[in-house]
Structure formats: structure tokens, C-alpha cells
Design a protein around this ligand. Structure first.
Ligand code: SF4
Length: 190
């Protein structure tokens, strides 16, 4: 799935990254957790969500009753950016087309947890996470109508920076877990 990812040089952002970071998890899952782009720790180890934001994601998974290893964890853009800035729109558009869409087609999920505005924008949902968190959308993008649902929440790194967002993120993840259970998703091996 990520053959040649390491060689990808399509964006100026690539010069700051040690290596593009591929998604990881269970390729047979029905649930994808989608963040923005790797940070310093992820860049060092080549694995998504392993730094402090990764800790918050793990905490969210526990609240949702999800086994993280039973999901697919990935990012909109695969390269680290300096000072953790948001990757440019051009970079995100390029990476989505080149890597994320083929990746999502291969995993073929039924549910995507969008973590932050950039993940939401992939699916052309108009609105900010601050207004839409905790809600569910059916997306027509990538797979066509009636196929994949999005659950919206904050990026775990935002939940590190703000106590009020942390509280909302925790609440969202509890609601996500309830929604998964009521729709027959067990959280993988649990
Ligand atoms: S962000 Fe994506 S498309 Fe751009 S260089 Fe990195 S891997 Fe390639």
C-alpha cells in the first residue's frame, strides 16, 4: 500500500521530514482514525500517533471502548511540518490524492473518526470542528453515497493544549463508543 512512500518528494514540506509516516493498524478493520500529520516523535519513529497526542488518542480509544490496534490509524498528510504548523492546503491536497485516497480505498472502512479540521475537510464537510464535534455525517466522497459514516471530534493535540477542549474530546469519545456499540461495532477484538 505504501510502496514508494519513503521516496515521495511531491511537497516542499518533505524537506523537513526524516521520512513520510504511513498508516498502521488492522487492514481488515471497519474503523479508521484520521489525524492531521506526524509530529516530531512520529517522524523519528515512522509511526503515527506515538507522542503526547498519541497518548491522548489512546485515552480516547479507551473511553470509546476501542482497541487501537484493531483500527487503522493514519493522517491526512504523511510528512512532519516544522514547529508543528498545519501543512499547507496544497500539501494536504497532494497527499490526500497521492496517498490517503488509495489507502482508504484499500482499507475500505465503514466508519472514520475525523480528528481535527483537516481530517474533516478531506470529506468536504463545511464547518469547523468546534461546531460539528460529536456529530455524525454520511460521506459521498471516495466511495459514493450511503457507504461510509464520519464521526467528528477534535485532534488529540488540541485536547492537550486546552482543558475545555480536552473535556469536549473526552465526551465525544464516550459518545463515539456508544454510537459504535449501538451500531454493532464491537471495537475489534474486545
Ligand atoms: S506530504 Fe505526502 S505527498 Fe507531500 S511529500 Fe510528504 S508523503 Fe509526499
Amino acid at each position: 500500500m505504501f510502496e514508494d512512500l519513503a521516496k515521495c518528494m511531491l511537497c516542499p514540506e518533505r524537506q523537513f521530514a526524516r521520512v513520510p509516516v504511513p498508516g498502521i493498524g488492522d487492514i481488515k478493520t471497519k474503523i479508521v482514525l484520521l489525524g492531521r500529520n506526524p509530529g516530531v516523535n512520529e517522524d523519528k519513529q515512522g509511526v503515527p500517533f506515538i507522542g503526547r497526542a498519541g497518548g491522548r488518542l489512546n485515552e480516547g480509544c479507551v473511553l470509546a471502548g476501542l482497541l487501537r490496534r484493531s483500527c487503522w490509524v493514519t493522517n491526512v498528510s504523511k510528512c512532519m511540518t516544522p514547529t508543528q504548523r498545519t501543512p499547507s492546503k496544497e500539501c494536504r491536497t497532494t497527499c490526500v490524492k497521492q496517498w490517503l485516497i488509495p489507502e482508504l480505498r484499500e482499507i475500505d472502512p465503514e466508519v472514520i473518526l475525523t480528528l481535527g479540521n483537516e481530517a474533516l475537510q478531506v470529506f468536504e464537510i463545511f464547518g469547523r470542528v468546534g461546531e460539528l464535534h460529536g456529530t455524525i455525517f454520511m460521506t459521498d466522497k471516495i466511495w459514493g453515497p450511503g457507504r461510509v459514516q464520519l464521526f467528528v471530534s477534535y485532534h488529540p493535540s488540541a485536547a492537550l493544549r486546552s482543558k475545555s477542549i480536552y473535556d469536549l474530546y473526552r465526551k465525544d469519545m464516550i459518545e463515539f463508543g456508544k454510537w459504535l456499540t449501538s451500531n454493532g461495532y464491537t471495537g475489534g477484538e474486545a
